[in-house]
Design a protein around this ligand. Structure first.
Ligand code: NYM
Ligand code: MG
Length: 203
């Protein structure tokens, strides 16, 4: 049996990542392909709890300290990521290191500094960038509850994502209907699964 795939979704808040991740995971499981839905931040760990306090505006933390927390939250799960993928499970991950860099560099911090702590993390086999008009996203359900959910800041985040974007990224028009996006993703992810089965996960 080949390894599982490591598929990451990125984008601004309320761009539809979580909805599409859920639909995709259900679809892949319905085909008999073992798939799990993951997310970063993973708020259930001790580090994740600290992040949650910050994101929900209960606690204050220095920008650089919280950046390192987000990165540590990924690093603490690397052994499990590797184990799952090696055992043939595909991981569909709602946000990863690109969010880490985009959200902190949008505050004005040097992008290289932001990238440093994530160097060496497992590299996704595919990245889907949900591209949405920030104003359209701002009228979607419970927008504004969490820290960062402010249009001016989201515009900066989007610019940072644009400069992080690699040629291999799949840019999805997140203004399209849920069904249309889902169909596009299913087709594309099946190709990714087939392609990466006999390759190694890289860093
Ligand atoms: N976020 C997420 C960061 O600032 N850095 C990171 O490394 C990650 C993974 O957390 N506004 C921010 C982006 C989101 C917030 O995530 C909560 P979500 O997926 O919206 O629940
Ligand atoms: Mg959010």
């Amino acid at each position: 049996m080949g390894r599982g795939a490591f598929v990451v979704f990125e984008g601004c808040d309320k761009s539809g990542k979580s909805t599409q991740c859920r639909l995709l995971v259900d679809y892949l499981n319905s085909l008999g392909k073992k798939t799990e839905l993951w997310r970063f931040p993973e708020r259930s760990t001790a580090i994740g709890q600290i992040i949650n306090g910050y994101i929900t505006k209960k606690d204050e933390l220095h920008d650089k300290a919280v950046h390192l927390m987000f990165s540590a939250n990924r690093w603490e799960l690397v052994p499990l990521i590797k184990e799952k993928i090696a055992s043939g499970v595909t991981l569909v991950v709602d946000r990863y290191a690109y969010s880490g860099v985009a959200f902190t560099s949008a505050k004005g911090y040097d992008m290289l500094w932001c990238k440093n702590c994530d160097i060496g993390l497992p590299r996704p086999d595919a990245v889907y960038y949900m591209n949405i008009d920030v104003e359209d996203a701002s009228v979607r359900g419970d927008y504004g509850c969490e820290r960062y959910e402010v249009s001016d800041f989201q515009k900066k985040v989007q610019e940072c994502f644009q400069s992080l974007k690699e040629p291999s990224w799949n840019v999805i028009d997140a203004g399209e209907s849920i069904d249309n996006i889902h169909k596009i993703l299913c087709e594309s992810v099946l190709k990714t699964l087939a392609e990466c089965e006999n390759t190694l996960l890289s860093e």
